[in-house]
Design a binder for this molecule. Structure first.
Ligand SMILES: *Cc1c(COP(=O)(O)O)cnc(C)c1O
Length: 370
């Protein structure tokens, strides 16, 4: 029996009729762009996240681009972030002609190491993008302190972590702004692409509303150069229908994670994810570490058993071909490079059964122990 990494079809089954009804309503309204569901979803999302404004956009990537444009990032600006994240975090910085200034990660959380940020800051540095990777918050307190000291803005990349908490408070509420992604495999997924920018700052929100419509206000009068960064009404309707289930699904993910952690207790060669005391982890991914020399073999064993897995991420961003022009060298971010060689994401389907979890753990333990 195959075990997929994430079975979205199974997740949707109990609410399929709700999703169809939501989509049908939009079809009948004919308002596919900027329809009323977009506004309603933005209100409910802002309320859920605990921010004043949530601006729906076309993807998490476009949320990053729009937020950076709203911060008025200019070519040559430097922005601090982690080299161990999905490409879009750094790609968006580079697309605006700015420089991703990488800071290595903490090995136990895969998140940016706050203690190494300050030494990287120069007079060209304008902001920090901490990423809450895999569903766990970065250590925001020291990050915000260094941002404040050096007068930098902070943009939280919460694409993988909607609903996660730091010291009891939702991620996305700490920085000047935050971004979310509704890519289908994220904890709140649309049936396609979608994203949002969060902020408490009314001026920033106003800029984002304009930027997502080609910088126009009123229509056909362009104040700034923006883009088409809009969230489709159909996706907003789907997200509205799914939002009430988000916390329940996160609890199911946490339960799966707890079972994995207990199953791996007997094997010290498998390092399970650490939930920091400050964190409430929502496990968008359950990422273990196996010995470097054993990862290939482990992957083969999982494949042979029909068990889904993923490598997040196989190559640190500072080593990507497209970023060669930035001049980073191999060995510059040892923790990130090590993580790329040892990490292994296991199925984290909210509906994973006890038997499936036990089977996955057995395959891995048998492989790494020999
Ligand atoms: C998914 C993701 C994004 C981009 O989101 P898309 O909706 O796929 O464009 C950005 N940052 C991180 C950390 C992500 O995981």
């Amino acid at each position: 029996m195959k075990i997929p990494n994430l079975d979205i079809v199974r997740l949707h089954k109990p609410i399929k009729n709700e999703l169809l009804a939501a989509i049908e309503k939009v079809i009948d309204s004919g308002e596919f762009i900027n329809g009323r569901e977009v506004n309603e979803f933005e209100r409910k999302l802002a309320e859920y996240c605990g921010v004043k404004y949530a601006v729906g956009v076309s993807s998490g990537t476009d949320a990053l681009i729009a937020a950076l444009m709203a911060f008025e990032v200019r070519p040559g600006d430097e922005i601090i972030t982690t080299p161990y994240t999905f490409f879009a975090t750094a790609g968006s910085i580079a697309r605006l002609g700015a420089m991703p200034l990488f800071v290595d990660i903490e090995p136990d959380t895969f998140n940016i190491n706050p203690n190494e940020i300050e030494e990287k800051i120069t007079n060209k540095t304008v902001g920090i993008i901490p990423v809450h990777l895999f569903g766990q918050s970065a250590d925001m307190r020291p990050i915000l302190a260094v941002a404040k000291k050096h007068n930098l803005w902070t943009l939280e990349d919460a694409a993988q972590s909607i609903g996660a908490k730091y010291e009891g408070k939702q991620v996305g509420t700490f920085g000047d702004s935050a971004i979310l992604s509704f890519f289908p495999a994220k904890n709140l997924g649309s049936l396609g692409d979608g994203g949002a920018v969060l902020t408490d700052n009314g001026d920033l929100a106003e800029k984002l509303y304009i930027l997502r419509n080609h910088g126009s206000k009123p229509k056909y009068y362009h104040k700034v150069i923006g883009g088409n960064f809009r969230l489709d009404t159909i996706q907003a309707a789907v997200l509205l229908a799914k939002l009430p289930y988000l916390d329940k699904w996160a609890e199911m993910r946490r339960a799966v994670a707890a079972k994995y952690i207990s199953a791996f207790k007997k094997c010290e060669r498998v390092v399970v994810p650490l939930e920091k005391p400050f964190a409430h982890h929502v496990y968008n991914q359950f990422v273990i570490r196996v010995p470097e020399a054993k990862r290939e073999e482990t992957i083969k064993a999982l494949s042979a058993e029909g068990i889904g897995y993923a490598i997040y991420y196989p190559l640190s961003l500072h080593e990507q071909e497209c970023f060669a022009y930035l001049g980073y060298k191999q060995g510059e971010f040892p923790q990130s490079e090590k993580a790329a060689k040892t990490s292994l994401a296991l199925p984290i389907d909210p509906n994973l059964s006890d038997d499936e979890i036990a089977r996955i753990a057995d395959v891995i333990i048998n492989t790494v122990s020999h």
